[in-house]
Design a protein around this ligand. Structure first.
Ligand code: IMP
Length: 464
């Protein structure tokens, strides 16, 4: 058997072992990309169609330079177009072929030939497996078949993952969910994600960390680089966001001056936090736009920060309760936003329950009364109490003792906000979103006199 065929078999053996294991989807896709790369002795990437089915976004890759990887969003029609035609596309000379969207970047990365095969799920293309060769290659039928088989394995892994997840198993949605994960994981700072969302909202094409500009050299060795946060191809403009300390802003300004000296044709702009907020506000996003209703003071957590944290909690709970089918019990009404988002990010079966309470009496005789109890029988079940905020801990401790009397198999507490400094009763919190200072906070379900519950962020209540 020829060396090439042996390499294919080795790749199949390795990859099918991972596909056949209970590894997470991202791990399986990484193994497929790595296996293909080794066997083909070339760089490989896996790109997925986003929910609009117009853009392709990088999911994982092997053997490609960072600068090329970070070119970001690709137009499905302008980049190889194998996902549009459903057919493999082979390009032997990248520099002279109009079917490559970023041919200049590809050439700089030493890429000479490319092969793209579609990832097809239930007859619908959801992405592509791409091979990038540094030598001029006329891809043979055998090579194309091998990459197609690897792409099919990737599609099987995605399909299986979709079936594991609750919700309708549409192909684009599979890509969409994975994409969201891949894209949000890539952002170094929440303000970058917020900015990207605005751009998405207005259909402005963007590329995250598009390329690195060498700024200083020692001989042939680059000693300083600068990587702008975004590139907007439609405006031929690089954007650097800065939500950082003044000392770091000064450093950034220095780098930008140097970049402009060395690359006079490159258009780059620095956006300060206040610029970003103003820009966001213009389109109805961000803290400035959201400060509707009088009396809202400083924003503690933006909607993006909350979403990131809630996603983390959901991942942790899904992992810890994998085979226990827990009952999630929310305490109304402040918990409604948190509960809705938390359970939607969970990947295991759960029951959702609510309890409601009222506070009775005056300043000295105040007591809690349950006005709505759980409907489900909690006996022998794994219960997770879900709280918006734990302040003195008095409410939670009362509810926990009420719950323990029902004989659950276990009880844990998941609180979005922990106002620890005000604790009177020492209640154990197993899962915490944020520790908040001793301030009255509103938004994301939390109210002041029934106001502010619908704010998408959490803010300190200002002076009224
Ligand atoms: P605890 O019994 O003192 O722990 O208070 C818990 C309840 O008080 C929460 O479920 C909230 O309804 C309310 N609460 C405490 N602190 C805040 C706050 O900063 N904003 C809004 N509601 C709060």
């Amino acid at each position: 058997m020829a060396a090439r065929e042996r390499a294919y078999f080795r790749a199949f053996r390795r990859v099918t072992t991972v596909v056949n294991s209970d590894a997470a989807l991202k791990e399986v896709l990484d193994a497929i990309v790595r296996g293909t790369s080794r066997a083909m002795q070339a760089g490989v990437s896996l790109v997925l169609l986003d929910a609009s089915r117009e853009k392709l976004v990088h999911c994982c890759s092997w053997g490609l330079p960072r600068a090329y990887l970070q070119k970001g969003v690709l137009d499905a029609r302008r980049s190889l177009a194998e996902v549009v035609t459903g057919q493999p596309v082979a390009i032997s000379d990248v520099a002279r072929d109009g079917r490559i969207q970023y041919s200049e970047l590809a050439a700089k990365a030493g890429i000479v030939s490319m092969l793209g095969v579609p990832l097809v799920m239930k007859g619908m293309a959801v992405g592509s497996l791409r091979v990038y060769s540094r030598q001029r290659t006329e891809f043979s039928k055998q090579e194309t078949n091998f990459v197609t088989a690897m792409a099919n394995l990737a599609a099987v892994a995605i399909e299986r993952d979709v079936q594991r997840q609750p919700g309708p198993p549409a192909g684009a949605q599979a890509g969409g969910a994975l994409l969201r994960q891949a894209r949000t994981a890539a952002f170094a700072h929440p303000s970058e994600e917020e900015f990207a969302r605005i751009l998405d909202f207005y259909n402005v094409e963007w590329i995250y960390e598009p390329r690195s500009f060498p700024l200083r050299w020692q001989g042939d060795v680059v000693t300083e680089m600068f990587t702008p946060d975004f590139y907007l191809p439609g405006f031929d403009l690089y954007v650097e966001l800065t939500a950082l300390k003044q000392s770091l802003v000064t450093e950034k300004n220095r780098k930008l001056r140097r970049l402009r000296e060395l690359y006079p044709d490159v258009r780059i702009t620095l956006l300060y936090k206040k610029d970003i907020h103003r820009l966001l506000a213009k389109y109805g996003f961000g803290p400035l736009a959201q400060a509707r209703g009088r009396g809202v003071g400083r924003v503690l957590y933006s909607s993006v920060e909350i979403e990131q944290q809630v996603r983390k909690l959901a991942e942790q709970l899904s992992h810890d309760y994998a085979d226990r089918h827990p009952v999630m019990v929310g305490v109304l009404r402040g918990v409604f936003c948190f509960m809705a988002d938390l359970v939607r990010h969970m990947t295991i079966p759960v029951d959702v329950e609510f309890m409601a309470i009222s506070y009775y009496g005056g300043a000295t005789t105040a007591s809690v009364k349950i006005t709505k109890d759980m409907d489900l029988n909690a006996a022998g079940r794994h219960v997770i109490m879900v709280e918006d905020i734990v302040d003195t801990g008095l409410t939670l401790s009362y509810l926990l003792s009420h719950l323990m009397a029902k004989g659950p198999a276990s009880v844990a507490v998941c609180a979005l906000l922990d106002k620890r400094v005000r604790r009177i009763v020492n209640v154990p919190l197993d899962y915490i979103g944020f520790e908040v200072p001793d301030e009255f906070v509103v938004g994301y379900g939390l109210d002041y006199d029934e106001e502010y519950r619908n704010l998408p962020f959490i803010a300190i209540l200002g002076s009224l």
